[in-house]
Design a protein around this ligand. Structure first.
Ligand code: MGD
Ligand code: MGD
Ligand code: SF4
Length: 755
């Protein structure tokens, strides 16, 4: 039976809660395990929504997980978050260190394993210098882990080859915020959702990837039916089902749409000159100052009729959405990988910000430009604490001498002793591994043998006989384990304490609920121990636990715009997360940045209401960013576009969600979505085997035929280790952010005999 849009809205607004609260409770009651004897506060292990959880413990074991009613998610959780118990107790857990001997991973003592790793790193540095080693981390590691690993490598080993999977994910969003506003991280918060009257959702399948935020959006729409929802996505996703307007368009042409919306807004005098005249600077793509008149000339190439030819979106629709965007009382944009995982990712981010600056849809409740973060701690750990190869903590840059000198002082190092040359970003790092230039690599909390693009190339790199890889990994069936020379066994999720920072600048504590199994140790202890054995000055790593590292990180951030001095460990234990800036212990946290009276970093007597203090002139930048196509568009031979992404209940490489029977049953294996008109031409029906072939590799998937993909587009989720779609994806990167274009490459589609 067809459900109406209104019924779907209702279900979306309420459904997540029922799933979350119903299932785990039922599971634990069915097992006769009884009421937990205590509840321990934490944060969900999965997405950047950062839902607060309560972990139910009985007899030293986790028996269930429920939502924290005091956190932003108000007690709601999606199924992934609620079904963590079977992940913790999966039989595939690694519970002791392993060393590869005669090709086989063999149990070893911590001493033996750590000494071996330390000796390999010392040998590489002695023979080839600090550029020959690297750390590859994760937006799922704790803030304390990322801060520490980055300090060990950058300060202790003088090696800036410190990068992580946020390079595959959020680097373009960082680039967008930094180039437009001078500093990273959104100015708004989730509270804006409750005040927006228009949602402009572009390149985000919020319903499947940020379900609890989607629930909040649907609840807003349900409560205020006049709220408009515009979704820009070449697929008909679950998110598009609550849209008033769904724009399906030629993948990779968002830049033309966004410039065209700006054109319409100015042409029809829907811009806000009082805002952009006072608070914005204009710049061409080289960063040269320009005027509003120059901007109007630049936009002439994007009249809706011209943009229609590039995007396939009717000019009438472009005009309509521009009008809704500009004239709604409060517009909130949200975007994710459909925008970031593109070779023009930073530019696309800039163009979304442009629309807000041009219309003044910014810095008011509900009016904000809000990048959705993918991982639970990409913001708090990697972005804020400086876990990328060009960064130092709290927005400081390696290439900036003043920033280096600040960090040398804070870390007790001699002046000018930090290495001034930025390290290698992810793809360049794995290229260097392939070329034999990286001799030893430490990998923590990420599974690059599945998640890197064009992965055959980098699996070959990881398989080199002369390299050394130490992997800190929870599960023995993670793909990267096959390439590791040493595997170290970490404590998982609520088996140690530490902080996660989610999309809305909210820092929240995961408290330790249970003891880790076997010989597993918290990763901060592993890293401190390893650093000392590698010869790092013990004064650089004087920590007994994660709380010590947190206090140092607070002090390091205090003199910067990341000031969260008031977010002490004690406060985090009591409260369910706090949003920085939060400069003192009595500060409640900040909902809206850059606005006088809201943001503690804007002086109360500042002469203007808005102050973009991240920029030298205090003004945000409206950028001229021309439309540029994708790296590898379809042609006569590879005539389809292949896009990759996510499904509701599987997480990334499925090492965790794959251990949950309920989830595995609903998403057992990857498939290819294909439009019914294309399928008809190719003689393909749902369930048939379809071969996808790109310039890199080919593979066979089961078909799902329907209207989800527009004609000419196919979609494959990337969670399945048995069907590694990344063997087919391209490794082209954005020239500014170095983020790969996972979302678009050319592919040949044909009916296959068998899978
Ligand atoms: P994706 O499926 O990667 O998810 O969250 P999302 O970005 O929302 O891609 C989003 C959409 O981009 C897709 O629907 C796709 O059709 C669209 N798209 C493709 N090409 C284009 C284009 O050219 N333009 C536009 N506008 N859209 C395009 C990702 C987020 O999800 C991330 S980064 C992480 S790390 C988390 N991972 C994750 C997970 O693995 N599983 C689940 N269930 N949730 C997750 N949440 C987070
Ligand atoms: P995960 O499965 O999250 O994926 O890619 P990955 O980070 O490689 O890997 C996390 C690993 O850490 C798992 O092996 C897990 O078992 C392990 N782990 C879990 N908890 C812990 C812990 O507490 N400690 C330690 N040490 N290990 C732990 C993510 C990356 O993939 C991202 S973020 C994005 S946005 C990209 N998206 C994307 C896409 O959209 N399409 C395609 N085709 N590829 C993509 N790859 C990217
Ligand atoms: Fe966890 Fe994200 Fe689901 Fe919240 S929405 S419960 S953070 S996976």
């Amino acid at each position: 039976m067809e459900i109406t849009r209104r019924e779907f809205l209702k279900m979306s607004a309420a459904g997540a809660a029922l799933m979350a609260i119903g299932c785990p409770v039922a599971a634990w009651a069915a097992k006769g395990e009884g009421e937990p004897d205590r509840w321990v506060k934490g944060v969900c292990r999965y997405c950047g929504t950062g839902c607060g959880v309560m972990v139910g413990v009985k007899g030293g074991k986790v028996v269930t997980v429920k939502g924290d009613p005091k956190n932003h998610n108000a007690g709601f959780l999606c199924l992934k978050g609620a079904l963590m118990t079977s992940v913790i107790y999966a039989k595939e857990r690694i519970t002791q260190p392993l060393i590869r001997k005669n090709g086989k991973l063999t149990p070893a003592s911590w001493d033996e394993a750590l000494n071996l790793v330390a000796s390999k790193f010392k040998e590489a540095i002695a023979q080839h210098g600090p550029k020959s080693v690297a750390y590859y981390g994760s937006g799922q590691a704790l803030t304390e882990e990322t801060y520490l690993a980055s300090k060990i490598f950058k300060a202790g080993l003088k090696c800036n080859n410190v990068d992580g999977n946020p390079r595959l994910c959020m680097a373009s969003a960082v680039g967008g915020y930094v180039t437009t506003f001078g500093k990273d991280e959104p100015m708004g918060s989730y509270d804006d959702i409750d005040n927006a009257s228009c949602f402009f959702i572009i390149g985000s399948n919020t319903s499947e990837c940020h379900p609890i935020l989607f629930r909040r959006i649907a609840a807003r729409k349900e409560a205020n039916p006049a709220t408009k929802i515009i979704v820009v996505d070449p697929r008909v996703t679950n998110t598009t089902r609550i849209a008033d307007i769904h724009i399906s368009f030629i993948p990779g042409t968002d830049l033309a749409l966004l410039n065209s919306m700006a054109y319409v807004i100015i042409k029809e005098e829907m811009d806000n000159p009082r805002f952009h005249g006072a608070y914005c600077a204009f710049m061409d793509k080289e960063g040269k100052p320009q005027t509003f008149e120059d901007y109007k000339k630049f936009l002439e190439d994007y009249a809706p009729e011209k943009a229609e030819k590039i995007t396939g979106i009717p000019a009438k629709t472009i005009k309509e959405v521009a009008k809704i965007f500009a004239q709604s009382s409060a517009t909130m944009s949200m975007w994710c990988m459909g925008i970031n995982q593109r070779i023009q990712g930073v530019w696309a981010n800039n163009l979304i910000h442009n629309l807000h600056l041009l219309t003044g849809q910014i810095g008011r409740p509900g009016a904000t430009t809000f990048s959705l973060t993918g991982q639970p701690n990409a913001c708090g750990g990697v972005r804020d604490a400086g876990g990328l190869s060009h960064m130092l903590p709290a927005g400081r840059l390696i290439a900036n001498k003043e920033h280096r000198n600040q960090m040398e002082k804070l870390w007790g190092l001699p002046e000018d002793s930090l290495n001034p040359e930025p390290g290698l970003p992810t793809i360049a790092l794995f290229e260097a591994l392939k070329e034999g230039k990286i001799k030893a690599m430490l990998i923590l909390c990420t599974n690059p043998a599945q998640s890197l693009p064009d992965v055959n190339r980098y699996r070959e790199a990881m398989a080199r006989k002369d390299k050394f890889i130490c992997l800190i990994e929870v599960f023995q069936d993670a793909e990267t384990v096959q390439f590791a020379d040493v595997v170290l066994a970490p404590a998982f999720w609520c088996e140690r304490d530490g902080v996660y920072g989610c999309s809305e600048r909210r820092y929240a504590l995961i408290e330790k609920a249970i003891e880790p199994p076997g010989q597993c140790r918290p990763s901060v202890n592993i890293l401190v121990d390893l650093a000392k054995r590698m010869g790092v000055d013990p004064k650089l790593v004087p920590y007994n636990n994660a709380a010590d590292i947190w206090d140092e990180w607070r002090a390091v951030a205090k003199p910067t715009v990341y000031n969260f001095w008031g977010i002490t460990r004690e406060r985090l234990r009591k409260e369910s997360g706090l949003k920085w800036p939060c400069p003192s212990e009595d500060h409640p946290g900040t909902n809206i940045r850059y606005v006088r009276g809201e943001d503690p970093l804007v002086p109360p007597d500042h002469p203007t209401k808005y102050f973009f203090y991240g920029r030298p002139d205090g003004k945000a930048v409206i950028w001229f960013r021309p439309y540029v196509g994708c790296a590898e568009g379809p042609d006569s031979e590879y005539s389809f576009v292949l896009t990759t992404g996510r499904v509701l209940d599987q997480w990334h490489t499925s090492t965790m969600t794959g251990k949950v029977p309920e989830i595995q049953r609903s998403y057992p294996k990857a498939f290819v979505e294909i439009n019914d008109k294309d399928a008809k031409k190719l003689g393909i029906q749902t369930g048939d085997h379809v071969q996808l072939e790109t310039r890199r590799d080919k593979m066979v998937f089961e078909a799902r035929v329907g209207e989800v993909c527009r004609p000419g587009l196919v979609f494959v989720p990337w969670f399945d280790p048995k069907l590694l779609i990344n063997k087919l994806t391209i490794n082209a990167v954005d020239p500014i952010s170095k983020q790969p274009e996972f979302k678009i490459c050319a592919v040949k589609v044909s009916k296959a005999a068998k899978a």
